[in-house]
Design a protein around this ligand. Structure first.
Ligand SMILES: [Zn+2]
Ligand SMILES: [Zn+2]
Length: 447
């Protein structure tokens, strides 16, 4: 026998069996590898379905030839045994064992075997696949495929979201939208609505009621999105016409600078002057140096709350001025600020928590000044009331004890004046300003 004939006729059956077994083993290995990939995918949250498929194909491509040549390639003796078991009763094995013998018996045996082999149908050799291989393959396939499908649908990306980005801002009439993207995979994004809010698109303020010198006006603005949205605010009294304003800064106390405007007469010639509290969105904080000096026509003066500082000779020689009320925000009346106001009969300095300082000769030679009302916290320099020969009454908003300390600065000047006390006794309060620019400007909305 010719091994060749044996091969030609039967070998393809055994080769096919070997290849099928190799394919089963390689595929089982492939499913096992893709199962591991699915587990990694689920535990890390990354999608690895393509890796799973690749591992399966690679295991088959490499595994089938490896398994075939290493384990399942058919060997001559194995094939001989299988042929004999298919009904040849050890003829083929015997033939192979006697292959080198040249005896007559051996020749006859070979001849007989070859006839038998030629006569028999190769299909009588059954291809045998062990059940255990099939079971292993099905088991790994089932587990691996189901886990991979699960990972593909549910493991997804464990998104690492960036910040929300507004793509459509919300307005007062329509909702907006914002979006955020996954830092791991930019095709992952989330949207959410932004609720309608107070983002009005205001038109400019328009004056609806003009302010007067001493009266508030009103201005309104309308939302461009919806005319139902209207805001109103006060316009501060404008003050008298013709006043001149210059930017300045002054101090409420040593470390509290306030920027605003200093006011002076300008071209204002009325007998009644209204100083506004606010000019150009900033507070009017001081009366300028000599600001209204020599305003001979000035009879009546209205100073605003918020004023802090009355500078040197601010109202000196206003010979027609009859009375003045200094608002409680004022902290300092400088030298000669009301000197020679010959018609001035009464001065009221409103009570404040900060100490009001009245400098030398602030009211000097106001020869008709009869009464003056002073706050509890006041510091009088000597000569503040020099030459006020008509001064008869001081209404002091504190106690006699406090007054004795204040008057001690003034020497003999106030010794003949009757002082009226509003309190029997009181501990002096701490100097502290309650005035705040922010509070002043915010007042306008409390309409
Ligand atoms: Zn993501
Ligand atoms: Zn609106």
């Amino acid at each position: 026998m010719k091994n060749k004939e044996l091969s030609d006729k039967y070998c393809s059956r055994f080769v096919a069996e070997g290849l099928i077994k190799s394919a089963l083993c390689a595929s089982t290995l492939g499913f096992a590898l893709s199962l591991i990939s699915a587990i990694v995918s689920l535990s890390t949250g990354t999608k690895l379905i393509w890796l799973s498929a690749l591992l399966f194909l690679a295991a088959d491509a490499v595994g089938i030839p490896l398994f075939y040549y290493a384990k399942f390639r058919p060997k001559t003796m194995q094939m001989a045994n299988r042929l004999d078991k298919s009904g040849l009763q050890e003829r083929v094995v015997t033939m192979l064992e006697l292959a080198d013998e040249q005896t007559t018996l051996a020749e006859m045996q070979r001849s007989d075997t070859e006839k038998q082999l030629e006569a028999s149908n190769p299909k009588r050799v059954k291809i045998i696949i062990p059940v255990s291989q099939i079971v292993w393959l099905l088991a790994t396939a089932l587990v691996s495929l189901s886990l991979n499908v699960f990972a593909a649908f549910y493991s997804g990306c464990r998104h690492d979201w960036g910040d929300w980005i507004v793509t459509q801002p919300a307005t007062c009439v329509s909702a907006g939208q914002e979006v955020r993207f996954c830092k791991k995979e930019p095709s992952h994004f989330e949207k959410r609505p932004i609720a309608v809010n107070d983002a009005h698109d205001w038109a400019d303020w328009a004056v609806s009621v003009p302010a007067k010198a001493d009266e508030y006006g009103e201005e309104t603005r309308i939302c461009k999105n919806c005319s139902d949205h209207i805001e109103r605010r006060k316009i501060f009294p404008s003050g008298s016409e013709g006043l001149h304003f210059s930017e300045t800064s002054t101090y409420i106390s040593a470390n509290k600078p306030v920027t605003g405007y200093a006011v002076s007469k300008g071209s204002a010639l009325a007998s009644e002057i209204y100083i506004p509290a606010v000019f150009n969105e900033k507070p009017v904080v001081s009366i300028a140096f000599s600001g209204f000096e020599n305003s001979r026509q000035l009879e009546s003066l209205h100073l605003p709350e918020g004023l802090i500082f009355i500078d040197v000779r601010a109202f000196a020689n206003c010979i027609s001025l009859k009375s003045v009320t200094i608002p409680s925000s004022v902290t300092l009346l400088h030298c000669d600020s009301f000197r020679y106001c010959e018609s001035l009969e009464s001065v009221v300095i409103e009570d404040a928590r900060q100490t009001v300082i009245i400098y030398q000769t602030a009211f000097a030679y106001c020869k008709n000044l009869k009464s003056i009302t002073l706050p509890e916290n006041v510091y009088l320099y000597d000569d503040a009331f020099e030459g006020c020969t008509a001064l008869s009454d001081i209404y002091y908003n504190g106690s006699e004890k406090q007054w004795s300390e204040i008057a001690a600065n003034c020497g003999e000047e106030l010794s003949s004046v009757t002082v009226h006390f509003s309190k029997e006794s009181s501990a002096p309060q701490k100097s502290e300003s309650l005035f705040s620019v922010a509070a002043l400007l915010s007042k306008r909305k409390s309409f």
